[in-house]
Write a protein that binds this ligand. Structure first.
Ligand code: SF4
Length: 460
C-alpha cells in the first residue's frame, strides 16, 4: 500500500495522531536543548560528516583492516552479500552451538533481513530484549521508529498487552509497574539464553572492536551471560579510528533523545574466556547505494532518529505508514534504492521543509536527496493521469504571469464566497483533513505594490 493510504489509516485516530505528534516534538525539543548546550556543535557535525565521507571513499580498505584486527582479537568474521546470506550464517552459527533460546538487543539490520521469522521457522525462540522492541514483538508488529520502536503505543495499550502475554495485573498503565514486570520477564530470558545477538553502532577499523549503544544495558546483559555472541553490522558502520568514536558518541545520544550520552556505550573487542564471538558484516544493497553519487551520503546515517522526530509528515502519519524497516525521511531515501516501484510514494511523503537536514548530526542533505528521488520516480514510474494532467496545466499557468494572476483572483474569490461543501468536495483531496484559510482580497503582489507606492508618496 502507498504511504498516503497507510497514513490515512493512522489518521483515523485523531487523538493518537495528536499525542504521537506531541511526544516526538518533545524529543526534538530535548535534542535542540542538548545540542545548543554544546559549544562547537556545528563543528562536531562537520567532523562527523567528514569522517563518514572519508570512510565511504575508502570503505574496502577499512573493512579489510577491521577484519584483520578482529581476527587477531579471536573474533570469527563472516561476510554476507544480502539478507538471505546473513540469516543463513546466523542460523548456522546457532546450530553449531546447539542454541535454541536467543536473546537479541535492538538491531535494525536484523529487522531489515527478517532474521526473527527465519530462526523461529526452525523452532528457535528469539526474544527482543529492548523494552520497546519487546512490546512490538508481543504485539506482532514491526517497530515504528528506529530509536523508539513502540512510540505508536500508549501505556494503556502496553498494560493490556502485558496482561495478555506476561500475565500482569491491570495497573491503569502504570509505567513503573509495567517496566518492573518487563524486567522480571526479561531477566529469566537472559539467564536461560544459549546465544546473544546484538547490532553494532560503530565498528572500529584500527582496533577490530565495536560499540553497541543501549539505554537499558540489554546488549551487555545478553552478551555477557550467553556463551555465544553474534554481532550483526552493515558495512557502513565502520569508522577508521578509535579516536573518532568520541565524535559520534557525542552526536548520537544528543540527536536521538537529547541525552548527553547513551546510558550504556558497550565496547566489545574479544570473546570472554570460554565463549565465542562472531561478527557478520552485511552488504544487502549498501554497495549499490554507494555507487549512486546522488544518494551515497545516505550511508552516513548513524540511526539517531532525529529526522523522524522533526518531520511533520512522520509525526502525523506514524512509522508504519512507510511500510519499510527504516521509516521517516532517511527511510524514504534508502527504500526506493531497494525497490523503486514498491516505495515510489515515499519521497513524496515530505514537505521538503529541510528540517530533517537541519537536525541530522552527520549533515546528510536529506531533503535534496528526497527531491532527487522524486525526479527519478516521476521519469521512471507511471504517474496517475490526474496528477500528470494537473502538473502540465500548472506548468502552463505558471509560465504566463497574466494567466496566473487571473486564476489567483478566481481562487481568492472562491475561497471567500463559495460554501465549504464546494471547496472541499471530493476532487480536492487536500481538503480532506484541512480547512483552507479565507481568501484575502488582494494578492501578495498587489499588496506589495500598494505598500511601495504608499512608502514613496509618504517620502515625497
Ligand atoms: S539521517 Fe541523520 S537524522 Fe536521520 S536517522 Fe540518520 S543520522 Fe539521524
Amino acid at each position: 500500500m502507498s504511504h498516503p493510504k497507510l497514513a490515512s489509516i493512522f489518521n483515523k485516530d485523531e487523538k493518537r495522531v495528536d499525542w504521537h505528534d506531541k511526544a516526538l516534538w518533545f524529543v526534538r525539543h530535548k535534542r535542540d536543548m542538548s545540542a545548543h548546550s554544546v559549544k562547537g556543535w556545528e563543528e562536531l557535525r562537520n567532523l562527523g560528516h567528514g569522517i563518514k565521507a572519508h570512510m565511504l571513499s575508502n570503505l574496502d580498505n577499512y573493512l579489510i583492516q577491521f577484519e584483520e584486527n578482529a581476527l587477531k582479537n579471536g573474533v570469527q568474521v563472516h561476510w554476507a552479500a544480502n539478507g538471505k546470506e546473513h540469516n543463513q550464517i546466523v542460523h548456522k552459527i546457532l546450530k553449531e552451538h546447539n542454541a535454541k533460546k536467543i536473546v537479541k538487543s535492538k538491531s535494525m539490520l536484523t529487522e531489515e533481513c527478517h532474521l526473527n521469522p527465519y530462526l523461529e521457522a526452525d523452532g528457535m525462540e528469539v526474544i527482543d530484549t529492548d523494552l520497546g522492541e519487546r512490546i512490538v514483538q508481543l504485539a506482532k508488529e514491526p517497530p515504528s521508529h528506529i530509536v523508539l520502536p513502540a512510540i505508536h503505543k500508549d501505556r494503556h495499550q502496553v498494560d493490556e498487552l502485558f496482561q495478555e502475554h506476561l500475565g500482569t495485573k491491570p495497573c491503569d498503565g502504570d509505567p513503573q509497574y509495567l517496566t518492573g514486570e518487563a524486567r522480571k520477564h526479561l531477566r529469566e530470558k537472559f539467564i536461560q539464553a544459549d546465544a546473544a545477538i546484538t547490532g553494532v553502532n560503530f565498528a572500529i577499523a584500527d582496533t577490530g572492536g565495536f560499540v553497541v549503544c543501549t539505554n537499558e544495558g540489554n546488549a551487555d546483559m545478553g552478551a555477557h551471560l550467553a556463551p555465544v555472541h553474534i554481532a550483526c553490522m552493515g558495512v557502513e558502520k565502520i569508522i577508521p579510528k578509535q579516536e573518532h568514536l568520541g565524535v559520534f558518541l557525542r552526536l548520537l545520544a544528543r540527536s536521538a533523545t537529547g541525552q548527553p550520552i547513551t546510558t550504556y556505550s558497550s565496547h566489545f573487542k574479544k570473546p570472554q574466556p570460554g565463549s565465542k564471538m562472531h561478527i557478520v558484516i552485511v552488504d544487502n544493497g549498501r554497495s549499490e547505494q554507494l555507487s549512486r553519487p546522488d544518494f551515497r551520503a545516505s550511508l552516513h546515517c548513524i540511526r539517531c532518529g532525529a529526522c523522524m522526530n522533526t518531520c511533520p509528515i512522520y509525526r502525523r502519519s506514524g512509522g508504519h505508514s512507510y511500510d519499510a524497516t527504516i521509516p521517516g525521511p532517511i527511510g524514504s531515501i534508502l527504500s526506493p534504492g531497494k525497490d523503486l516501484t514498491k516505495y515510489s510514494s515515499l519521497p513524496f511523503a515530505s514537505t521538503l521543509c529541510g528540517s530533517c537536514s537541519d537536525v541530522c548530526p552527520v549533515k546528510i542533505d536529506i531533503h535534496s536527496q528526497l527531491y532527487k528521488w522524486r525526479q527519478i520516480i516521476t521519469k521512471n514510474t507511471p504517474q496517475p493521469f490526474v496528477k500528470k494532467q494537473s502538473m502540465k496545466f500548472m506548468g502552463k499557468l505558471f509560465a504566463k504571469p497574466s494567466q496566473y494572476e487571473t486564476v489567483g483572483k478566481i481562487a481568492r474569490w472562491s475561497l471567500r464566497n463559495l460554501p465549504k461543501s464546494v471547496i472541499n468536495s471530493k476532487p480536492n483531496t487536500w481538503g480532506k483533513a484541512r480547512d483552507l484559510p479565507i481568501g484575502p482580497k488582494q494578492s501578495f503582489d498587489d499588496w506589495y505594490k500598494e505598500r511601495e507606492n504608499n512608502k514613496k508618496s509618504n517620502d515625497q
